[in-house]
Design a protein around this ligand. Sequence first.
Ligand SMILES: Cc1cc2nc3c(=O)[nH]c(=O)nc-3n(C[C@H](O)[C@H](O)[C@H](O)COP(=O)(O)OP(=O)(O)OC[C@H]3O[C@@H](n4cnc5c(N)ncnc54)[C@H](O)[C@@H]3O)c2cc1C
Length: 318
Amino acid sequence: MTDILVVLETREGALRNASLEAVGAARAAADASGGGKVTALATEQADLDAAQLGGAGADAVLVADAGAHSPDGAAATAVRVAGELGVGAVFVSATVRGRDLLGRIAAGLDTGFAADCTAVDFAEGGFVFTRPVYAGKAQIQVKVNGPVAVASMRGNHFAPAGREASAEMGTTAAEGGKAQVTAIAGKSGGRPDVAEAARVVAGGRGLGSAENWHLLEALADALPGAGLGASRAVVDSGWRPHSEQVGQTGKTVSPELYIAAGISGAIQHLAGMSSSKVIVAINKDAEAPIFQHATYGIVGDVNEILPALTEAVKAAVE
Ligand SMILES: Cc1cc2nc3c(=O)[nH]c(=O)nc-3n(C[C@H](O)[C@H](O)[C@H](O)COP(=O)(O)OP(=O)(O)OC[C@H]3O[C@@H](n4cnc5c(N)ncnc54)[C@H](O)[C@@H]3O)c2cc1C
């Protein structure tokens, strides 16, 4: 029976979806260990819903009294609370912020961590984490050596528990930090973050120019809940912001649908999206490597295929 602390991620007081998935992962893991308690911790002030978090799998919620996010302060708060509760594991989301916290929390607890996990099992008294290696070409199973198993959970691999329950709400003191986030630059168009979107429409150099991005935006508009992604070639050219970059040096995504338009399928790009459930590749080169990883491949010019696909999607969604 292992109690688990989940460090929530909030943005301007609102909970991010990835955190509900991490809570769901913790609930399943705690149950697999014989029924431990799941406590969710917001490391700064946030407007949290006891029924939403309880439904996702949390037994209790603690909200710290920090006014703004501090990476070292949040990690210190999580380390202190983990010690106070005596948990056997700490989970975070494998988001940009989660990655920032993961190592700090593990160091603070004098333990190791498993990053970017896609599954959690319980065997021989401890958690066994499955995570991709070699840019997703292989999966390994790891156990964390140390008193507390710290791990980050990759998006779209775990689901909130979906139960009828209300979490017990409480507060805790926030630890001070040396660094504090004072502002977050807004991102384009109010679309979901590419790392969280259930569907991703991504473009590469084959789009030809930044001006052609309206072709992808139209398709993303037609697909409910779609986010925009980009290859590094596009980001390096200044066509799209780095926040949309998918891949080894960008974000890791695992949506139910990933549409790769004009993307060749370099190993560094595949590292960020190859665990997507359905991959649709559009490329004018039938030999492009992306087709080896695609569920569906369309050989053709993005300038013709994207508008036709958008119209087909609109007709299907209506
Ligand atoms: C250390 C390191 C880290 C990296 N990290 C990343 C990363 O995080 N993410 C990432 O994406 N890359 C990364 N890269 C770069 C990666 O190696 C590739 O250079 C990059 O992914 C290529 O982007 P692309 O597919 O858009 O462009 P290209 O490789 O130039 O491919 C363009 C594709 O578009 C097709 N095309 C052209 N015109 C059309 C058209 N009209 N219609 C349809 N198809 C068309 C072409 O056939 C081609 O396949 C990294 C590289 C290194 C060395």
